[in-house]
Design a protein around this ligand. Sequence first.
Ligand code: FE2
Length: 272
Amino acid sequence: MLLAQMTDLHIKDNGKLAYNRVDTVKFAKDTVQHINHFTPKIDAVIISGDLTDNGTMAEYEHTKSLLGQLNMPYYVVPGNHDQRKNLYDSFRENDYFMGDEYIHYSIDNFPLRLIGLDTLVERKPHGYLPPSSLSWLDQVLNEQPEKPTLIFMHHPPFKTGIEHMDVQNLLNAEEFTKLIDKNSCVKQVACGHVHRAIQTVINSTVYSIAPNAAHATVLDLEFNAQPCFTLEPPALQLFRLDEENKLTSHISYIGRFDGPHPYFNKNGQLIE
Ligand SMILES: [Fe+2]
């Protein structure tokens, strides 16, 4: 199975640029085309929050029309730039939403089980999973303890060294990671929010943040670094579950680059 992760689209409406500079709509269109043309075919797409920049219905309508171009199913969870009710109302016809107070759900019809978690605290940059969300997750994980599972959510439950983002990650990270530790079916927790490709391991689980297809947060690990973005090469995260249920992830860059060039000539010799 092949799964793509898009994150932090920050779609605006009426041709507005994010931060007066970033054409997020164009980046989203390019990403959708990249996913549609990838071979072998990508089976599903997860979108880990910040679908829109301001969470307005007009922005969601625009986002939905862009995502509607995908040739495979996609699944969304909110980020801090989203508004839960508007997101819910815009995407509820995609019948995987469970209709609870939060936008949590599990997708069970792929070899890799996908669990979407809603970490949004309205009008706050940080994330939080209240006790009801943690007990929902505990229950859902216990339903299929053997099936390889990937959890996706917006706010990372770990520090990255980029301080201005670390202060706005998942507030109750320890509670969440303790729950994950009890469930060996969780192969990876895939997040967004930081706009950079970052990985860590907590006990035996991989936690990752996907790269961004629009603006990236500057990699500045100095204490008190100024919050800035840069336009690094756009990219998305891919996950591959093989026949032995091993999960591997890749970064796939979006755009035209020199190559591909063969390593070997037609006689099978390595080109020097
Ligand atoms: Fe974002």
